[in-house]
Design a protein around this ligand. Structure first.
Ligand SMILES: [Zn+2]
Length: 242
């Protein structure tokens, strides 16, 4: 029965390696997409800020144009003042000049507002460019690393799977199905017995059963946790013989 315990032990080890491989193969692509979407998010934020900058520039040049046109109007009206004959016309034109000057002063306030906004968005863009560059710098390497690992795991996986089939063929079908059942329930299938106690669940093993474990007359399962029981000497002695 020691052979069977050793086969179970090997099978368990291969199964653990397989499930680790499966876990990595499942998780690594998720990590890659998480890094990729982080980069994409930064890129979109930067893009939005650049669009905002264009809008501010557009509104700023609109205001500047309006101010220039008003200044032109004021200049022309100032010249016209000298040609005016009646007092009434003179007053009307002076009022028009004053109104245009007031409008321009309001426009200049607006222009200042846009310039402050522009300064803000420009420093935001600089910050976001730096953030994007550092994310690209950091994550591109990580993404490449994970892609490389995935390729390696894909190569390792099939032979490991074959190894499992090969090892499992050393067990009788009923023990194999018992193994799968215990594994499903407990994760681990083997439990060491020390001083008549199962190290898998810390329950006391009846003396008679413990003797059977010692004598290896048959494969014994723990009455409590169902794990296959073995004594330390069993795996050790095999290790010595190879
Ligand atoms: Zn147990």
């Amino acid at each position: 029965m020691r052979d069977q315990i050793l086969v179970l032990d090997t099978l368990q080890r291969i199964d653990m390696e397989l499930s680790q491989l499966e876990k990595d193969l499942r998780e690594y692509p998720e990590k890659i997409s998480a890094y990729e979407s982080e980069i994409e998010l930064s890129r979109k934020k930067l893009e939005a800020s650049r669009v905002m900058k264009q809008e501010i520039l557009l509104s700023k040049s609109g205001i500047e144009l309006e101010i220039a046109q008003n200044e032109d109007l004021i200049k022309k009206a100032d010249q016209k003042l000298f040609e005016i004959k009646t007092h009434k016309e003179y007053e009307a034109l002076q009022k028009q000049i004053a109104d245009t000057k007031r409008k321009n002063s309001e426009l200049e306030d607006k222009l200042l507002e846009q310039m402050v906004k522009l300064e803000g968005v420009e420093s935001q863009i600089a910050k976001e460019e730096e953030e994007l560059a550092s994310k690209e710098n950091e994550y591109t390497g990580k993404i490449a690393g994970y892609k490389e690992k995935i390729q390696e795991l894909k190569i390792l996986y099939p032979p490991k799977k074959d190894e499992k089939v090969n090892i499992a063929s050393g067990l009788t079908p009923d023990i194999l199905s018992l193994y799968e059942r215990v594994k499903k329930r407990n994760g681990f299938v083997l439990a060491l017995v020390k001083n008549e106690v199962c190290m898998g669940c810390y329950m006391h093993i009846p003396a008679q059963l413990f003797n059977e474990v010692l004598t290896l007359s048959r494969l014994i399962q723990c009455p409590s946790c169902q794990k296959f029981l073995y004594c330390e000497e069993e795996l050790k002695s095999e290790a010595k013989t190879g």
